[in-house]
Design a protein around this ligand. Structure first.
Ligand code: VGL
Ligand code: ZN
Length: 214
């Protein structure tokens, strides 16, 4: 709640070189949000800062190379659409590191996701669907509740995938959820209107990322 900043967490999603200019799965202008996110992490506005890190084993099921398919093609996987990505954020490679220009010492927890070779994971809260039709939880919702967090603000990469899914799951888990639009960048900017619609329908508040709105 806006009058209880001590119970609001900042979720910093996938700020990794592979999602930035020159990276394996680059967003538009991804590194441009580093300075404002850095400022927000250092601002003292948040009781807790959570980072997520996309962290795939080689040959991950979400990689086009694992299916002899073209990157960005879509298959059905366990009954749901799965975009096939270029190899990205492979565990221990430089592109998978948390970007060195952000103050990670401010984060209380780092959630690594996408480690299951057979299941993709966009959200910091829930994996994508597995072969059982379930979305296994990461434990983040309980971790936040244990700390009295009732509200979260989401920023990072990519706007149309991991930040959006994290925000939708946060809202579904009962957190008052903000989406710091200017502190996100998309893989596909053409999806922006659809992203807005999805967030609006889920009751996620889309707000500027400068921290001046409360
Ligand atoms: C992401 C696609 C695949 C993201 C991660 O961080 O948005 N997108 N893996
Ligand atoms: Zn990924």
């Amino acid at each position: 709640m806006s009058d209880q900043p001590q119970h609001r967490a900042l979720l910093v999603v996938d700020m990794q070189p592979d999602f930035m200019e020159g990276g394996a799965l680059a967003t538009e202008d991804g590194s441009s949000i580093i300075p404002p996110i850095r400022a927000l992490m250092l601002s003292g506005l948040y009781s807790d800062i959570v980072a997520t890190q996309d962290w795939h084993p080689p040959g991950h099921v979400s990689f086009a190379n694992s299916h002899d398919a073209e990157p960005f093609s879509v298959i059905r996987l366990y009954g749901h659409d799965q975009v096939l990505w270029p190899d990205h954020c492979v565990q221990t490679t430089p592109g998978a590191e948390l970007h060195a220009d952000l103050p990670w010492e401010m984060a209380s927890v780092i959630i690594r996701k996408g480690e299951d070779p057979w299941v993709d994971s966009y959200s910091g809260f829930l994996n994508n669907w597995n072969s059982e039709g379930e979305r296994p939880a990461t434990g983040l919702a309980g971790w936040l509740r244990d700390r009295g967090v009732t509200a979260v603000d989401c920023c990072g990469l990519a706007r149309d995938y991991c930040v959006k899914w994290t925000a939708l799951d946060a809202s579904a888990a009962g957190f008052e959820t903000g989406f710091l639009w200017d502190l996100t960048r998309p893989v596909d900017g053409n999806a922006d209107p659809d992203v807005r619609t999805d967030l609006d329908q889920a009751g996620v508040r889309v707000i500027p990322g400068d921290g001046q709105t409360r």
